[in-house]
Design a protein around this ligand. Structure first.
Ligand SMILES: [Zn+2]
Length: 301
């Protein structure tokens, strides 16, 4: 097939389809990676002038992007992308790198600090003892977008993400990869609700925000896409210990990794474990510890 036509077809493919196409051959893998890199830079350009420079900063500070920006990357090319674009970018940063990350936005990207301090957003308030220390909100000029730099209490920037109110937001992008903790439900547009966060103030309005974008939410105990009595699944069971390097996660390169110069200590140093908990599991999952893997995996789950 003509290369230009193939490129055009790939441009419209979903994350899931691209991850499957990558398996077919080296050339298709490179083509899929090129598409993902273009999408990654297109998203970043809404917030920063130079995506490559920004990615270098992410890499060196071992920071990650999560929230709606990472979710939007995951659903691009699918129906769930239509009609919305992230208006705020959440940057999760280790405590030791936080000041430098904020300075990057103010000194290099032209942002100014709007608010900085302890968490006062009701939807996040209960997380103040869940891994977040400080949130710095930044804006620039007349831009209709904002950036939240979320400083982790420790040097584990992923820790706050494990306390998310829904699995829909348990995704993150490093400078060079996108990882989804619950890929099957997330790519199907369904968020499983964290039982520990169900009563929190502000969570209800979070539901509405994402439901308006075409996503749906279910408790773990109900008949979901991935976890139910007829479909037991330890990786999607709230009683299984999970982490961002286990077999349940989908991780994909957003660039040709061979071209990326890695610092001596590559992100991430810390992989927090989580178990969402809640009432007894009605399925027959046999939860325990999910097995771990240490390499980039294709979409198989
Ligand atoms: Zn279960």
């Amino acid at each position: 097939m003509n290369g230009d036509i193939l490129f055009e077809i790939f441009t419209y493919m979903s994350f899931k389809a691209l991850s499957q196409a990558r398996l077919a051959s080296r050339s298709l893998r490179d083509l899929a990676t090129t598409i993902l890199r273009r999408r990654w830079h297109a998203v970043l350009r809404a917030f920063v002038d130079n995506p490559l420079r920004f990615r270098t900063m992410l890499r060196l500070s071992r920071s990650v992007i999560a929230g709606s920006t990472a979710l939007h990357m995951a659903v691009q090319g699918s129906e769930l992308e239509r009609g919305w674009f992230p208006r705020d970018m959440d940057v999760y940063t280790p405590m030791s790198a936080s000041a430098g990350v904020v300075e990057h936005f103010t000194e290099v990207e032209g942002y100014h600090i709007v608010t900085q301090g302890l968490v006062d957003d009701p939807s996040r308030q209960s997380l103040s003892n869940g891994g977040m220390a400080i949130i710095t909100t930044l804006r620039r000029g007349e831009d209709n977008v904002s950036v939240d730099v979320i400083t982790a209490i420790t040097n584990a920037p992923l820790a706050p993400i494990t306390f998310s109110w829904s699995t829909l937001l348990m995704n993150y992008a490093t400078a060079d990869t996108l990882s989804l903790a619950y890929p099957r439900s997330t790519l199907a547009g369904q968020g499983l609700l964290n039982p520990a966060r169900s009563q929190d103030a502000g969570v209800e309005s979070c539901h509405l925000k994402y439901m308006a974008r075409g996503f749906s939410f279910v408790p773990f105990s109900e008949n979901g896409v991935v976890h139910s009595f007829t479909n037991p699944s330890p990786l999607y069971c709230p009683h299984t210990y999970r982490d961002f390097e286990d077999v349940g996660c989908l991780r994909m390169a957003l660039d040709n990794m061979e071209d990326v110069v890695q610092p001596p200590q590559v992100f991430p140093l810390h992989f927090p474990r989580w178990k969402l908990g809640g009432g007894p599991c009605q399925a027959r999952c046999r939860p325990g510890n999910a097995a771990r893997y240490m390499s980039l995996m294709p979409f198989t789950r």
